[in-house]
Design a protein around this ligand. Structure first.
Ligand code: NDP
Ligand code: 5RP
Length: 496
């Protein structure tokens, strides 16, 4: 495809691993000349090899030094980064700085921490260099064919990069590009971080349902794949990416490959990825209850150290293996329908918790987030794609530049949650009684209970706090509207 006049014509792709390699080929396929740079010659050679196969080799070349790399570009020079998070970006920026000029643009497509993004934006802006923090989702296959892209930064930089990002990004069912003007500063990376938190909540709920079907109902893996396929074709979980890939995972070699996979997620503790940790840190920092995201994360953490689990199992004299769910098999269709609704409610709750975290951060950090653009980014190409949740339920709330509304205030959404609540409770009750591991489903049930209650156990909690710490409390009926504030009363529960 030939590039148009407002499109960027040359880029440098720095970091040519799974994501960067795929994106380099994608940019080249869209008519953009790509200069590769990576410390691993092997990685660059592998991209060149794929370029040869795909007939793109005339548009891709590799460079080992920054001077030559920069000389290969137009003015302004445009760099796309796909690097591990953290100090690597500072090293790369330091190496490029001598060759950068006013107006040059860096589009950081890694999962960088938004504060690193803002620090580098500050450093770059002194020299008139533009740094866009652009979270990218969809995994390495989407990187090659069109990922979901979540850019944030200054408007002038976004004006320049958006037409090109629109060209390469995934397309929604109506053909619109899954990229948008998300907000200023680190807004793009902030929202991508929360996307990953939501992703973890959804992935946990789906995995918990997978184990219930497999170990509780005794369904074969190919049959579970079939069930996931049905769920993804039905209203509530329509076109849910994590179900769609679940079909392939369950059915590959009749489930034999999946059977060989060890039960541990390690990338948080090895430091490869940070978004799960940061998104939970942020929910707490922003005072937003996000238990579906948090318990999903704790399950990952607990799972990571299999050796430790073995030791604890031995110390405790055995484990509590999940038992068959006899009731489920008496009415399997009803049970599977409940299970689907339970997963749906957990996925919707994960979205709500993530969006509420973004909203609070948006108010505190003035990201100026455009929610309709953000939901557009999440329509396709990304891991949390789920059409009904996004397009039917959430997008209408934020249409036409509407202010943020907590989705839990929206009657149509509450109706869906209420309808799913009974199913979630039935599933959780049976699962807990039979020792199934259901942290995201269970935490979602609790979330819905405590978010809708005005009579929580925290009356007693507050009294205990006041007893030992004189932390004050409000009397019933005294709660002032607006932001929570310290109570007005202290009681001398026991005279010293
Ligand atoms: N994998 C995925 O599904 C997704 C990943 N991401 C994010 O995208 C980014 C890249 O991920 P991914 O492609 O999976 O990771 P990879 O490890 O495959 O790629 C990272 C690349 O960066 C290279 N690199 C390291 N240091 C430098 C340097 N100083 N200069 C230039 N290149 C360098 C690495 O080289 P070397 O191999 O020699 O170390 C490697 O080729 C990460 O931030 C990740 O979180 C985002 C969405 C999805
Ligand atoms: O960013 C991603 C998808 O959106 C990457 O796939 C990332 O590697 C997922 O890792 P984690 O589960 O630790 O967030």
């Amino acid at each position: 495809m030939a590039s148009h006049s407002n499109q960027i014509k040359k880029i440098a792709m720095i970091g040519c691993g799974s994501m960067g390699g795929g994106m380099a080929l994608l940019f080249a396929e869209k008519g953009i000349a790509v200069s590769l740079q990576d410390p691993s010659t092997e990685n660059m050679d592998s991209v060149m090899e794929s370029a040869n196969k795909d007939g793109l080799s005339d548009r891709i070349s590799k460079y080992n030094d920054n001077k030559a790399l920069c000389e290969s570009l137009d003015t302004p020079k445009v760099f796309v980064w796909s690097l591990p998070h953290g100090s690597v970006g500072d090293t790369v920026l330091g190496g490029l700085m001598p060759y950068l000029d006013k107006g040059d643009i860096i589009i950081d497509c890694g999962n960088e921490h938004w504060q690193n993004t803002e620090r580098r934006q500050g450093k770059c802006s002194v020299r008139g260099i533009r740094y866009v923090g652009c979270g990218v989702s969809g995994g390495y296959q989407a990187a090659r064919r069109g990922p979901s892209m979540c850019p944030g930064g200054d408007d002038a930089a976004l004006d320049i990069v958006l037409p090109t990002l629109q060209m390469v990004a995934a397309k929604a069912s109506d053909g619109s590009a899954c990229v948008g003007r998300i907000g200023v500063g680190g807004a793009g990376h902030y929202c991508k971080m929360i996307h990953n938190g939501i992703e973890h909540g959804m992935m946990s709920a789906i995995s918990e349902a997978w184990a219930i079907m497999h170990k509780g109902m005794g369904l074969s893996l190919p049959n579970i794949g079939k069930t996931f396929k049905e769920w993804s074709s039905e209203r509530e979980l329509k076109n849910t990416f994590l179900l769609d890939i679940g079909v392939d995972i369950c059915q590959e070699k009749e489930g034999k490959v999946l059977e060989s996979v060890e039960d541990k997620v390690v990338q948080d503790v090895t430091g490869e990825e940070g978004t799960g940790i940061w998104s939970n840190d942020e929910a707490i920092e922003q005072h937003v209850p996000a238990p579906t995201l948090a318990t999903a994360h704790f399950l990952r953490l607990a799972s990571s150290d299999l050796h430790q689990r073995r030791v604890i199992q031995k110390t405790s004299g055995g484990d509590h293996p999940p038992k068959p769910l006899e009731e489920a098999n008496q009415h399997p269709m009803d049970f599977l329908n409940d299970l689907k609704l339970a997963v749906y409610v957990a996925c919707l709750a994960a979205y709500i918790q993530g969006l509420n975290t973004i909203d609070q951060a948006n108010k505190n950090k003035r990201f100026n987030i455009d929610y309709s653009e953000l939901l557009q980014v999440w329509r396709n190409g990304c891991i949390i794609r789920s059409d009904h949740i996004n397009e039917d339920l959430l997008a209408p709330i934020f249409a036409n530049g509407a202010e943020y509304t907590n989705p839990l205030y929206v009657p149509g959404i509450v109706k869906e949650l209420k309808e799913g609540f009974a199913a979630l409770r039935r599933i959780t009750k049976l699962a807990v009684a039979a020792d199934h591991v259901v942290p995201a489903l269970g935490a979602t049930l609790e979330y819905l209970k405590y978010q809708t209650s005005t009579d929580l156990p925290t009356s007693f909690y507050e009294a205990e706090l006041d007893y030992f710490g004189s932390h004050m409390f409000d009397k019933k009926g005294e709660d002032p509207e607006g932001r929570p504030e310290t109570g007005k009363h202290h009681y001398e529960w026991k005279l010293a």
